[in-house]
Design a protein around this ligand. Structure first.
Ligand SMILES: [Zn+2]
Length: 426
């Protein structure tokens, strides 16, 4: 089902007007390139990817869905359908194995329905309203319905006549904190098997609009732009090829600007089943946006631990001991399973490091954690836990560190194992 794209919001655009859309997927405004530049790594008109924005810790964004219905009952969405949409967002943003989004980049940004309302009460993260004007996306319904846009991603569903969905503006253009800061989705395009059917049958309209919400522009923004200034023209991203115009349908290939078009990128207009990618630089810009423009949206870090094997491969001999990860206030007790790689060990060591770069350490293993080490713990009874009581100190939240195990059967001789990349959570 095709819907005509409405041009009202696009009247704002001066230089970055998209080519004529065939699908009307998105009614988000384009950045206005005559506006004053805002100095930031992920600014309105510029971008500068930085290593600090790489996906080390997980951000979790609380979402509230405002379901707007007509008096005839059109627009109803069940809690199950909305949860499906949250699931699709997580598949795409986390590139979850086995999902359609698996080929993409894991942004370590995930979404959940809010469980606490602004007044502190328990909530499902879903509100229902009936209003025929609001259902047609008319009237400033957000002034009535919005939850604090600093702390919640507000998503509205209605008949949105302009398009399949839109954002009102971009976070780096000053909208954060205003009631009108929102994502709007055509209600029939919500969920994994939405009413609209093909080509909107995979819930990727929400993925696309969430990309805008976190500071991304269309891959075809500004057409071919400048070949030598990809952080200052077009979509401000260098690892998405320049693209002359939006992509319709699901072509086998398409090229413009002397390179293959990024037709599988969520920020193009390709059909839902053909979308599966944010690039690493898009992820960098989204996480930068969270850290600089939407700072109150995801204030809590999620504990996590990732096993990293060295080269040559080390035995997977460091057992985290707990599946919950290192959490503030908890006892975290990793174990060196020395029996798999150093059967004659008489002592185990645990090495904790502040950073996590590769340092070759000779034939007995690969030192994966950087030196110097923050802490070296010796356990004289091989195979027993290293109980670490993690204090409740807010500065630790989201702090990344590295843990590596070593065993020794003779003084001065170590066998190094795999490492764990960890992040403190709560
Ligand atoms: Zn869009």
């Amino acid at each position: 089902m095709l819907r005509p794209r409405h041009a009202t919001l696009l009247a704002l655009a001066l230089l970055c007007v998209p080519a004529q859309a065939q699908r009307g997927r998105c009614g988000a405004p384009e950045p206005v390139f005559s506006a004053a530049a805002v100095p930031a790594d992920c600014g309105y008109l510029t971008n500068s990817p930085q290593p600090e924005y790489e996906p080390t810790c997980t951000y979790e964004i609380p979402v509230v869905f405002h379901v707007i219905q007509s008096t005839s009952g059109a627009g109803f969405l069940s809690a199950a359908t909305i949860q499906e949409q949250i699931d699709v967002l997580n598949e795409d943003f986390l590139a979850l194995p086995g999902s359609l989004g698996a080929p993409g980049t894991n942004s370590s940004i995930r979404f959940r329905l809010a469980t606490t309302a602004p007044d502190g009460s328990a909530t499902t993260g879903i509100t229902y309203s009936t209003n025929n004007s609001w259902f047609q996306d008319s009237g400033a319904y957000w002034n009535t319905l919005a939850w604090d846009t600093n702390r919640y991603m507000n998503v509205y569903t209605n008949a949105v006549p302009c398009c399949f969905g839109y954002v009102a503006d971009f976070p780096s253009n000053g909208i954060v904190g205003q009631a009108r800061d929102r994502i709007v989705l055509w209600w029939e395009a919500v969920g994994r098997q939405p009413t609209a059917g093909w080509p909107l049958n995979r819930g990727r309209t929400a993925t696309h609009e969430a990309g805008h919400y976190l500071g991304l522009y269309h891959t075809f923004c500004g057409g071919c732009g400048s070949a030598t200034d990809c952080y200052g023209t077009g979509d401000l991203i260098c690892d998405t090829n320049r693209e002359q115009s939006s992509t319709s349908g699901c072509p086998g290939s398409k090229s413009s600007c002397a390179s293959a078009d990024p037709i599988h990128n969520y920020m193009d207009y390709t059909d839902d089943p053909c979308l599966w990618e944010f690039t690493p630089e898009q992820v960098n810009r989204m996480r930068c946006t969270l850290e600089n423009w939407r700072v109150d949206l995801s204030p809590t870090a999620v504990a996590q631990q990732t096993v990293r094997a060295g080269t040559p491969s080390n035995p997977l001999a460091l057992l985290p001991g707990q599946t919950s990860g290192p959490s503030l206030g908890a006892v975290w007790d990793p174990v060196v399973d020395h029996t798999t790689f150093e059967p004659s060990a008489t002592v185990d060591f645990l090495l904790l490091s502040l950073s996590s770069i590769n340092v070759p350490a000779g034939a007995k293993g690969t030192l994966l954690c950087d030196v110097p080490f923050l802490l070296v713990l010796q356990n004289n009874a091989p195979g027993t836990p290293f109980p670490l009581a993690i204090p409740v100190v807010s500065e630790l939240l989201g702090f990344p560190f590295c843990v590596q195990a070593a065993s020794s059967s003779a003084p001065g001789q170590f066998r190094l194992t795999n490492a764990l990349d960890c992040v403190f959570g709560n």
